[in-house]
Write a new protein. Structure first.
Length: 434
């Protein structure tokens, strides 16, 4: 049997776990290092990039779950590693003021663990959904689970933002430890006996005795597929644009707009909340009212995101109030959500196209493309913010230039999408040129 809607919602709880834990690691930790510890912006940027670069192992995780048939094991293992890495990252922050080198070593290990955890759990979870969901439900299933992940990130950011002020490292460690244990337990309950409901618990066509060469063979096979190859390029460009703001948004709010730790953490919640609203609205319009196609919402979301980022850059120059920034960040999230629905829906459709028994490998390849793009984006945005501040001596202008570059990349991704994604009256699949 295939997954019911209730089963899909249960898997969404696992996505909520990932979103909740990552939200703190990717935003609050970053803000504390830059504002409270006065570290260069590039320090947390490199750490975030490291956790993304580690995720180039995603194709391997996907292949392992394809081969062994026990995706639940890899999901739970990944969540456990993610939680341990997040807690360890708190101790890295704790040691930075007293011993920079010890803090750095702890943080490097922690962010490697975070990357491994996300790669193992996220890739295996998406593959589990793709292989056990009916074709006409795949896009909706991906959207539901993604919305739940965004909801987990948003509600966590808002709640943590309210309770963490006044900030202390002890309070941060307690919060992250609680979240890690809580979501590990929730994920275990949600996944209990789930895999037995799928039609193909073990891919007998791929023997468990295959060697590493088999993974390389599988990777070459999916890379030889035109649709897979071109979609990987689109993912790389759009995700570079998407992730450039992640390491600099909270420091931008703290330095230019004088947000407290709690306020800037809640700002991340507004962004995630905007994504949630954008995804929900598009889901209703596409599924319920049959309004718009995947192509339309990818283009609309990319273009809207690009223009909003330019607006955010201009707000820093006009010294607009905190409310103006909050509204703009929520609007950015809304357009990000529109884009995400189109991209995720396309990904789920393409995952099952091509050579059989390579769904996990294909998902892993796109995940690796996203991870490499995100890592590059982290390094670029944080490094150039530091360089620009040295040159301009103006924080608002330095951050603003990066936001404008990010906006231009989103507009470029929209142009690329017009070449890759077919119009609805042409075909329901990707139309990729040679």
């Amino acid at each position: 049997m295939t997954f019911s809607w209730l089963s899909i919602i249960r898997l969404g709880l696992v996505q909520m776990a990932l979103g909740s834990i990552i939200a703190i690691a990717a935003s609050t930790f970053n803000r504390v290092m830059v504002v409270e510890l006065s570290l260069l912006q590039v320090v947390p940027g490199l750490l975030l990039a490291l956790h993304y670069f580690v995720q180039i192992t995603r194709p391997n995780w996907g292949f392992l779950s394809d081969r062994g048939g026990n995706r639940t094991f890899w999901i739970m293992t990944g969540i456990c590693i993610l939680g341990i890495g997040s807690i360890l990252a708190c101790f890295g922050i704790k040691y930075f003021p007293s011993n920079y080198y010890i803090g750095s070593i702890i943080s490097i290990i922690a962010y490697c663990l975070i990357g491994l955890g996300v790669g193992a759990s996220g890739t295996s979870l998406l593959a589990l959904i793709a292989t056990n969901t009916r074709d006409n439900r795949k896009a909706a299933a991906a959207t539901i689970t993604w919305i739940m992940m965004i909801f987990g990130a948003a509600i966590t950011a808002i709640i943590v933002g309210k309770i963490i002020d006044p900030y202390s490292i002890t309070k941060l460690i307690k919060i992250v430890t609680f979240l890690s244990i809580f979501w590990f337990m929730v994920s275990g309950i949600a996944l209990y006996k789930m895999e037995n409901k799928g039609p193909n618990k073990i891919n007998i066509e791929i023997a468990a005795t295959q060697t590493k060469d088999s993974f390389l063979t599988g990777l070459k096979q999916v890379l030889s597929e035109k649709n897979t190859r071109w979609f990987t390029i689109f993912v790389f460009l759009s995700m570079t644009a998407y992730f450039m703001q992640e390491p600099i948004l909270e420091p931008y709010a703290g330095i230019v707009f004088q947000f407290t730790v709690g306020e800037s953490t809640q700002l991340t919640g507004y962004h995630q909340g905007g994504i949630l609203l954008g995804m929900l609205l598009v889901g209703i319009l596409v599924s319920g009212l049959k309004f718009g196609s995947l192509r339309f919402w990818v283009l609309f979301g990319c273009a809207g995101s690009g223009l909003t980022l330019i607006l955010i850059a201009l707000l820093g120059q006009t010294m607009a109030g905190k409310h103006g920034l909050m509204i703009s960040i929520a609007l950015l999230g809304f357009f990000n959500g529109n884009f995400a629905v189109g991209a995720i829906g396309s990904m789920m459709q393409l995952a099952g196209i091509g050579r059989e028994n390579r769904v996990g490998t294909r998902m892993g390849l796109w995940g690796a493309g996203q991870a490499i793009a995100a890592g590059n984006a982290m390094i670029f945005s944080t490094l150039f913010v530091d360089i620009l501040q040295k040159i301009t001596k103006n924080a608002a202008s330095s951050y603003g230039i990066i936001f404008i570059i990010e906006g231009i990349l989103f507009l470029a991704a929209a142009m690329l999408a017009t070449k890759l994604i077919a119009r609805p009256n042409e075909t329901s699949e990707f139309s990729c040129g040679e």
